[in-house]
Structure formats: C-alpha cells, structure tokens
Design a protein around this ligand. Sequence first.
Ligand code: ATR
Length: 286
Amino acid sequence: MRDSRETFINHAFVTGFPIKHSRSPLIHGYWLKSFGLLGSYRAHAVSPDAFADFMQALRDGTSGFCGGNVTIPHKERAFALCDRPDELSRELGAANTLWIKDGLVHATNTDGYGFTTNLDERAAGWDNCDRAIILGAGGASRAVIQAVRDRGVKTIHVVNRTLEKAQDLADRFGPSVEAQAMGDIPDLIKGAGLFINTTSLGMDGTPVPQIDFTTMAKGAVVTDIVYVPLKTPLLAQAEDQGLRIVDGLGMLLHQAAPGFEKWFGRRPMVDAALRQIIIEDMEQHL
Ligand code: ATR
C-alpha cells in the first residue's frame, strides 16, 4: 500500500478467535517504533466461518494487509488455504506466519524457531544431549517435537495422558520419536538432558504430578512453553530441585521476529526492554 508520498507502508495482522488477549501487537509495535517505521500491526478477529474469505482477501490484496500471524483456532486452515507452504509447515500441517509475494499467500511456522532460539539464548548447549522428554501431545507440542528432532536430539519421548495422541505424533515425526505414558516419567527421566512441558498442567487448579528432576543428566534443562505464569508449577519444582530452568516467554518473542522481517524488511532484536514490556502487561492483566 502507498501513501501520498509514494512510500510503502505495510500493514500486518494477528488473527485468531478470540484474539483480544494477544500480546503480538505489543511486540511488533515495539519493533516498529524502535526502527521508526510507519507500518502497523494489529489484532484482527476472524471467526472460523469467515476465515476462508479472509484468506482470499489477503491473497487478492483487498484486505490491505501484506501478511500476518495466525493463531488458535486458524493455524491448520491457514496452512490448508495458503498457496505456498514451506517444508516446516507442511510437516506440521499448520502455519503461524503468512506473507504475500507475487499475489500468492506464502506460509511458514516459526514456533519451532522461537523455541530453539529461546533455549540457545538462555541455556546454551541444551541440544548437547541424547534424550529429551516432551510432556503433551496437543497442537503446541508438534512444532517443539519437530524443532528438537531437527537439532539432532537422538531420542524424543513424547509423554501424554492420552497415549494414542502421543503415538500419532511418533508416527508423524519418525523413528527418533517415541510415545510413552505418564507413568513412565520416573524411568524415562533418568539421564535425560531436556524436559519440556507443553501442557497447561497445574494452570487450572488441578494437582501437578511430583517429578524427581534430580535424576536427569548433569546440566539438564527444564523448560515450559507456557509463559503465563512465567514460572509454571513444573518450572518451580525443577528450580527447587536445582535444575536449570527456562521460561516460555522468549519463545513467544523470538517466534515473532521472522514475520516482522518478511512484512517490514528489518530483522528485529529480542531485547530485555521488550521482555519487560510483556512482563508488565502480564502483571496488569492477570
Ligand atoms: P495445545 O494446542 O495448546 O497444545 P491441546 O491440544 O488442548 O492444547 O493439548 C493440551 C495438552 O495438555 C494435551 O497433551 C493434554 O493431554 P490429553 O491429550 O490427554 O488431553 C494435556 N493436558 C491438559 N491437561 C492435562 C492434565 N490435567 N493432565 C495431563 N495432561 C494434560
């Protein structure tokens, strides 16, 4: 889109349903301001019924957007309705980042990038381990399984309350991924180098299983992709037991960076000031 001075001003969105509580506009707003760019990034609610029309308007330019983020419940449909999904999103069957190029909707999934970049920053050497345990087999765990596998961790145990769902993911992501039941955790955790929670366990007042993290390998890392609260019940347990812990906020911040670069042409930094802005917003909206 051009303004009267023939300057390109790009407009991007985050869409979901509901979308009101998304923190993505704060993140991208911070970066737009830091670079002094005139573009915009805003939350745009689209109901499931209207999503196909939204994708068409994006493609034909009538939406006024050059691209954007997609979140729950639209990630799978965004993948299905886009024109050029990349390899990562094809394997996941879900996309979170869209951009228009030559009249076509391109798509990728940056959740795995956000996850690994957060760990690289806060627990360097985390991937120097043979075995990882991923708790949960919902939508959010897929990108994490893919990312950990692609970083070369040899064995990934996907542990889930509903074993069949873990098995589906093991089938999808190949021989390095094994499905296990919750009761297997005490045995599996011995000597493992990485433990990742992708479930909302403990967040709804239900009791959290006590896990003995002390049997993990020396230097092991425990992380969570849930970031509200910043220190989840499982992270608190692991910290009390002396483990290295990494909260999930950095994943949210880093997954946003590739999209910003696509829409606005600059690669943004995830810095302490941005992290603080989101923490303060979380404190205000508990
Ligand atoms: P998301 O897309 O955010 O991952 P989801 O698809 O609803 O959300 O998945 C939630 C995950 O948390 C699932 O792995 C779920 O286990 P089930 O597949 O057995 O439902 C897990 N989960 C949620 N509450 C749980 C609890 N109280 N105990 C164990 N696992 C739980």
